[in-house]
Write a protein that binds this ligand. Structure first.
Ligand code: FAD
Ligand code: UDP
Length: 366
């Protein structure tokens, strides 16, 4: 059997970027992927001529010139800017939290009026916010917390906002301008040919085995290469010896609708507690599509159990402590490198995953 320099477990962005950089330096790589396609969670399918983000809406955004140039060298990006709306029991608000949201919520017009409203509503939070609820009220006040954050967050994470880390809500911008851009980053867009075009380029020089789970026969696969790059869940690598880390999973319900334009925007967040899904995605709007039909996906959050995809790490104190135990073991593992969202148990966006893979390869291949 052929011998490789690197065995890469997982064909998501981390594994694929690693493979590309390794190949540039003459290394032979074998990529193992347990799904029946490459790309991990950025994989896209084509339905009714619409590019469908199979594992949830993926909008590329970054502040890093290096990363923006890196992905643009691989494929062309469009000018999509994410401006989702929130639907709270039929009331529509602009996201992220900005003057359009405040104006609709309170009838205010100036930034000063909005700031006054929020200041009054957050007066009860003193000191550093200890959890997501306190952080949210401190950022945008009680009304917005109740209508746009509490229900959505408790559905998404299956936990009370008081039991979730504050950093999750700090992902969203709060602005006192009439600007509905969901991200503050300097660069943003969607690949014109879908994300598969990126992954295909990154993996062009590697050998790939699909439908192959590394953890089923670790010793056999390890023997095929000098070193291993592992991007699966860290607890499964160690056979859950300290116990299982928690993840949030999702169930996607996709349908084709016989209409041209269903919701007028790519992403609608359902922020009330009663609607069972958190988001509805209308995929064609990521690419300004004009196809006669449309494809929509409802996103239902779920607790992760064996056999489901572990989409989000649950970075609360208890899980973080458990992760640290695994991270210590990982540090002692000879010739195995752990990277990406699952192996680092980290809520990474795409640009940050690429950045972290490049930080590793920059050091390895000089
Ligand atoms: P993954 O994509 O999870 O890849 C890991 C791969 O390893 C998978 O293909 C998996 O099947 C494989 N694997 C695991 N275990 C094994 C094994 N034992 N053997 C073989 N193969 C294995 N980021 C953004 O920047 N913008 C967004 O808008 C955005 N939206 C998102 C929406 C959702 C619903 C989710 C879940 C994530 C979103 N992200 C977004 C984050 C983005 O998906 C990740 O940053 C990125 O895909 C992580 O890449 P990765 O390689 O670390 O992990
Ligand atoms: N969030 C919310 N209301 C919304 C959108 C997001 O309360 O309408 C909160 C929720 O807790 C979510 C977090 O903000 O988990 C981060 O949102 P983001 O859109 O970044 O989530 P992702 O795309 O990573 O699922």
């Amino acid at each position: 059997m052929k011998h490789y320099d690197y065995l890469i477990v997982g064909s998501g962005l981390f594994g694929a970027v690693f493979a590309h950089e390794a190949a540039k330096h003459g290394m032979k790589c074998l990529v193992l992927e347990k799904r029946s396609h490459t790309g991990g969670n950025i994989y896209c399918a084509k339905i009714e001529d619409v590019i469908v983000h199979q594992y949830g809406a993926h909008i590329f955004h970054t502040n890093s010139k290096r990363i923006w140039e890196y992905v643009n060298d691989l494929t062309e990006f469009n000018r999509f800017t994410n401006s989702p709306i929130a639907n709270y029991h039929g009331e529509i608000y602009n996201m992220p939290f900005n003057m359009n949201t405040f104006s609709k919520m309170w009838g205010v017009f100036t930034p000063e009026e909005a700031k006054e409203k929020i200041a009054r509503q957050r007066a009860k939070i003193t000191g550093t916010p200890a959890n997501l609820e306190e952080q949210a009220i401190s950022l945008v006040g009680e009304d917005i917390y109740q209508k746009l954050i509490k229900g959505y967050t408790e559905k998404q994470w299956g936990r009370d906002c008081k039991d979730l880390p504050a950093f999750i809500i700090k992902r969203l911008p709060v602005r006192f301008t009439y600007d509905n851009n969901y991200f503050n980053d300097r660069y943003q867009g969607i690949p014109v040919d879908g994300y598969n075009a990126i992954i295909d380029k990154l993996l062009a020089d590697a050998d790939v085995l699909l439908d192959t789970d590394f953890n089923r026969d670790r010793e056999k696969y390890k023997a095929m290469a000098d070193r291993v790059v592992y991007t699966g869940t860290i607890d499964s690598y160690f056979d859950f010896c300290f116990g299982k880390l928690e993840y949030r999973s999702l169930r996607f319900e996709t349908e084709v609708l016989e209409e041209e334009n269903h919701q007028g925007v790519a992403v609608v967040n359902y922020t009330d507690r009663e609607t069972p899904y958190t988001r509805v995605i209308e995929h064609k709007h990521f690419a300004f599509g004009t196809q006669p039909k449309t494809v929509v996906t409802k996103e239902y959050p779920a607790e992760w159990t064996e056999g489901m995809e572990p989409y989000y790490p649950v970075n609360d104190d208890q899980n973080q402590q458990l992760y640290q135990q695994y991270a210590q073991l990982a540090g002692q593992e000879k010739d195995v490198l752990f990277g990406g969202r699952l192996a680092e148990y980290k809520y990474y966006d795409m640009d940050k995953v690429i950045e972290s893979a490049l930080a590793v390869t920059d050091k390895l291949f000089v």
